[in-house]
Design a protein around this ligand. Structure first.
Ligand SMILES: C[S@@+](CC[C@H](N)C(=O)[O-])C[C@H]1O[C@@H](n2cnc3c(N)ncnc32)[C@H](O)[C@@H]1O
Length: 268
């Protein structure tokens, strides 16, 4: 396959991730803060879209934010510096090949990463070893199967399904939100609590129309247009109609819904 869908590696995608983070800060992060003195590992920090919020909300905790991509780490460093934060250390590293001592961290935070991994179960087992007894993990993932909208549109569902299929072919899972509970259970975590976080957008919510429906979700689907067509998954006319119909949901009478899943679990 030419260019499989991978988050975080081009400018438009980076802008999309930042838009998404800004719009969804309250929905996804309002109940996450870490005690003074805590050591937190952020696994797969990308361009720092979540790092800035995490570190800003817990100024007296220290964060180690890692990512496999050197370029993303460089961008994340800039974002954190720009925000005036000094409680984050960055490291280029692979989740599957980390050099930290067992139980080095009080907490682990993972957001929009497991969906890209072919072995999310293995990643969680590795991360669990790094958490102290009594510590916690927080995981946030989306689930593209949770997308529905008005007016409904078959071509729009087809275009979304292309992303689900491409991500599957790349070894990931765009429907992973619904699996957080079983995955954390399998990894041996306790006190698992998963809450769906629904983004509901109608035209009275201008910031979400722009920041989420258009610049986050539809931009993400548009981003796979050429790959999906080239792979023979969809007819060009159908795909373009699907995108047009997703934009149609942002008009005066349109509605768009999507659910993220946020999981919190303990190591005992
Ligand atoms: C969609 S981005 C999410 C970034 C960030 N957590 C956010 O929510 O904005 C996924 C990130 O996971 C990183 N990643 C993928 N596989 C990884 C691995 N094995 N080890 C470390 N990072 C990885 C990618 O480089 C990418 O930056």
């Amino acid at each position: 396959m030419d260019r499989v869908y991978v988050h975080g590696y081009d400018t438009r995608e980076n802008r999309r991730l930042r838009d998404q983070a800004n719009t969804l800060v309250e929905l996804l992060h309002s109940d996450t803060s870490y005690r003074a003195g805590s050591r937190v590992l952020e696994a797969g920090c990308g361009v720092g879209a979540q790092t800035v919020t995490l570190a800003g909300n817990s100024p007296n905790a220290t964060f180690t934010s890692i990512d496999i991509s050197e370029d993303s780490i460089a961008d994340a460093k800039k974002a954190v510096e720009f925000a005036g934060l000094s409680n984050v250390q960055f490291l280029q590293a692979d989740i599957f090949d980390l050099n930290f001592e067992p139980e080095s961290f009080d907490h682990v935070f993972v957001c929009h990463v497991l969906e890209h991994l072919s072995r999310p179960d293995k990643a969680l087992a590795i991360l669990k070893r790094l958490i102290k007894v009594g510590g916690t993990i927080t995981v946030i993932e989306g689930d593209h199967g949770s997308t529905y909208f008005y007016p409904d549109s078959e071509p729009a569902h087809t275009a979304i399904q292309c992303l689900v299929e491409l991500q599957k072919r790349a070894g990931g899972n765009a429907l992973i939100g619904r699996e957080l509970y079983p995955l954390l259970r399998k990894a041996g975590f306790n006190s698992i609590h998963v809450s769906p976080r629904m983004v509901y957008v109608d035209s009275s919510k201008r910031d979400l129309v722009e920041g989420f429906t258009k610049n986050t979700f539809t931009a993400m689907i548009e981003g796979i247009r050429d790959t999906a067509i080239k792979a023979g998954m969809v007819d060009q006319i159908v795909f373009d109609k699907g995108i047009q119909d997703l934009y149609r949901t942002t008009e005066a009478d349109g509605v768009f819904c999507y659910s993220f899943f946020k999981a919190f679990a303990a190591k005992s």
